[in-house]
Structure formats: C-alpha cells, structure tokens
Design a protein around this ligand. Structure first.
Ligand SMILES: [Mg+2]
Length: 442
C-alpha cells in the first residue's frame, strides 16, 4: 500500500488471537488442530476463549459452557490457568513497550499503541505493524492481529478484520495486519454490521433494526435527528459520529514503563565490534528518543547480547544521575558492549534504559537538542549542557573499566577501529562470572 496513504495511521490495536486457548495449545502441542474451549465447565460457566477449530462449530467467547458443549461435544474443555496467561501477557506488554511508551493496555491480550512519535525511528505504521506481529510470534510463539488507523475505533475494527476466520471448511488464516488509510475509512466502516461499532449494544441494535438499519452504511444514511429520537440525544450523537468513523479519544499510556528498550535479531551473526557498534549506536539513539517521548530519564543502561548458540548475557551500568542524553547513553552502551567478547557471533543485540524518573520539561531536551537549539543569546547553554554530560561519560567509563577490566574500554574515538574492535575468540575481559553460557546476575 502507498506509504503516504498510511502515514496517518499511527494508532495500532494489537489483539492476541484466541489468547487463552492458544496458550493452552502452545503448552500442550497434542491439542493443536483440536477444538479447545477455556472457561467454566459448570452449568453456569461461560466460554472465556476458544480455538478457531471450536468456532467452526459456532462456539464463541461469552457463550454459556452448556451451549458450547452442545454445539461441540468433542471439544477439549480446560478451566484455565490465569497465572500462565498473565505471565505471557507481561511478556507481550514488555514487547509493546519496546516500540513506544504510549501503550494503553486493554486487558491481558490487547492494547492500543500510538506510534506517531516513533515513526522516524521505526518507519511507517504499516512496517511497524508487520514487524510487531512478527516479533510477537517470535517472542511468544503465539499469533496476534494488528489493526492500524487514524483512531482507536478504526484500529480496533481493523485488527478484528485481520483475524483468522472460522469457516465450515475449518480455520482460515486471516490477513494478520489490516491498515485502514484515511481515504478508505468510510468504505471499510460502511461494509460492517452495526453491532461491530462500540456503543451499539443489543438494545440499540434491535431499535435500529426497526428502522431497517443493519449495516454501518445504512446507519450513516440516517439523519442524526432521527438517530437521536430513537436512541436518545447523547447516544444518538455518539453513534452518528462512530458511523462517520469519528473518534477523538487519545491513546493514553496506562503506566509508566519500567524500562525503555530496543532489541534486534540480526539476519546473520556479527563477529566483530566494528560491525556491531553502528547497530549499538542506532539502538542507543532509539532508546533516547523513547525516553524523551515519555518525558523520562534513565539511570541504568543495559546491553543484552544473545550469541549464535542462544546463550544470552546482559551487562549493565548505573549512572550517578539519570540521563536522556544521546551521547551519554551511546558511550555507556559502547563501553559495555566493548567489554564483551563477540567472537562467538552475536545474533541479537539489545539496548535498554531503566531506573526511570520523570523529567521536568526543560531537562527533557537531550544534549543534542541543547546544541541544536542554542541561540547566540543563550550561548552558555551549549557548554553548560556539555560538561555534565561528559562528566557522566567519564565517570561511567571509569566505573565500567573498574568492573570489567582495563582492556574493556577504549577511548570513544577509537571504538570501531579495526585494531581495537576485534577481540579474539575466547577472550574474557570481565572475570569469572561471565563465562559464555552463564547469564549475569542482572
Ligand atoms: Mg484477543
């Protein structure tokens, strides 16, 4: 799809497919391909989640378990393991927060993201949505559907349209990602049944059915006054707006992220520092962008490295003062990375910042911003911004050197040079706690 059309689609809705049931199948592969129903099995129980194989029989969530059993007697009923869903939900939300701090969770398996602030780093919304879906699968071994549009209403409807479909022929894969560009909003919306709209419940739907309204297109054709007569003024106006695709509710970040991070699995392993450092710098910068967007600063910088054999190590450094400075985070990142023998080949690199504190507006500017925005009349601000940043870097490098060894840290200007950047395979610079294969205590 034309990138210019989708540039405005910065609201993403991520929704796991048949989450509880899919988790049960993940943990017990003998259930794969079978109708699985998670929910209360008693006479008053309801279906919490079911696989698409069960949906083929007309089973759906919120249906009474008795009815579900009648429709699909051979389904496997499971009462559910909330702790396990919650555990995977935490992983999901951590992943979402690695894209943007502006994540609004809607229950365990669903969230809105506003990616407007991270387009420059992560690319157009369509690419972000595709990548997110891939990463959810890689991280959780579970599928999700992603919708992207200008607002929450349309993004949610788009993720619904991206879902797999249960047909009489079985489960059909869905589109996975559906993006609704502004130009297509009305066509997309009008094809839907009115019940698809939030705010049109069973009572409203039956009253509208009395007017001969079944689709959103028919709803949109009804004058607003007529809707208000049937549904009441407030509800009528609300529904009229929804029918036009209007939804002004912002995505509200529901909690302060504990850490802000960025990680990437490479197409082929990196075996030398020279090649890794530009990647690390890019990730450090992405982390700083997110810190700034969230108006927070961080005290701890962590580098995560996964080698080709999948052993994973982390190296952290905590600064005396919280920072959002690109320069500080970059230097600390490179110093931590430099202390690691990358000879065995690095498959994944991650950079994250934690120990977050919220930032007064003035300090929200990164060091680069101070440089960029310094007017001649405020000539002192550049230098004033400069010195503390460098003091932090110096202190950080000294601390990293003390902890991981003298050889670990090269002067910044020399990093990336061939002579210093390539460590011999098997070199260990950081002492006995860091043998390959043993994760550090962080
Ligand atoms: Mg779901």
């Amino acid at each position: 799809m034309d990138e210019r059309l989708t540039e405005a689609c910065t609201v993403l809705h991520v929704d796991m497919d048949a989450f509880f049931a899919a988790v049960e199948v993940l943990d017990d592969p003998t259930l794969r391909g079978k109708p699985v129903i998670v929910g209360g099995s008693g006479t008053r129980g309801v279906v919490a989640s079911c696989t698409y194989e069960a949906r083929v029989y007309g089973v759906h969530s919120a249906m009474s378990s008795v009815e579900a059993r009648r429709r699909c007697p051979h389904a496997v009923f499971i009462s559910g393991r909330y702790w396990r869903y919650s555990e995977l939900s935490t992983k999901l939300h951590e992943l979402l927060h690695s894209y943007t701090p502006v994540v609004e969770a809607i229950g365990l398996d669903e969230a809105f993201l506003d990616v407007a602030g991270v387009r420059r780093i992560l690319g157009p919304p369509t690419a972000i949505a595709e990548r997110l879906r891939r990463e959810v699968r890689d991280t959780l071994q579970l599928d999700c559907s992603v919708g992207a549009a200008r607002n929450k209403l349309l993004a949610k409807l788009a993720s619904e349209a991206a879902k797999p479909i249960a047909t009489t022929g079985g489960r059909q894969p869905g589109r996975g990602v559906v993006v609704v560009p502004p130009e297509h909003e009305l066509a997309f919306l009008h094809a839907l049944p009115i019940r698809a709209l939030w705010g049109v419940g069973p009572a409203a739907a039956s009253r509208l059915a009395g007017l001969g309204v079944a689709t959103v297109a028919e709803l949109a054709a009804i004058p607003e006054e007529a809707l208000c007569r049937v549904l009441g003024a407030a509800h009528g106006q609300h529904v009229a707006r929804l029918a036009r695709g209007v939804d002004d509710r912002p995505v509200v970040a529901d909690r302060v992220a504990k850490s802000v991070g960025h990680e990437e699995t490479f197409a082929s392993d990196f075996h030398d520092h020279g090649a890794l450092h530009p990647q690390a710098v890019r990730m450090a910068d992405a982390v700083c962008e997110r810190l700034r967007e969230a108006a927070v600063r961080a005290r701890t910088v962590t580098v995560k490295i996964r080698f080709g054999d999948r052993t994973t190590i982390t190296r952290s450094h905590t600064l005396p003062q919280a920072t959002a400075s690109h320069r500080v985070v970059r230097e600390v990142t490179l110093a931590l990375l430099q202390a690691v023998d990358v000879g065995p080949g690095v498959r994944l690199l991650g950079v994250s910042a934690s120990g977050l504190t919220s930032t007064p507006e003035l300090h929200q500017l990164s060091f680069e911003d101070l440089e960029r925005t310094a007017e001649p009349s405020e000539g002192g601000s550049s230098a004033a911004g400069n010195e503390p940043a460098w003091a932090e870097v110096e202190a950080a490098l000294a601390a990293i050197r003390a902890r991981y060894g003298q050889a670990a840290v090269a002067p910044a200007a020399l990093l990336g040079g061939d002579g210093l950047s390539v460590k011999r395979r098997g070199d260990t610079q950081w002492g006995p706690d860091a043998e390959a294969g043993r994760p550090s205590s962080h």
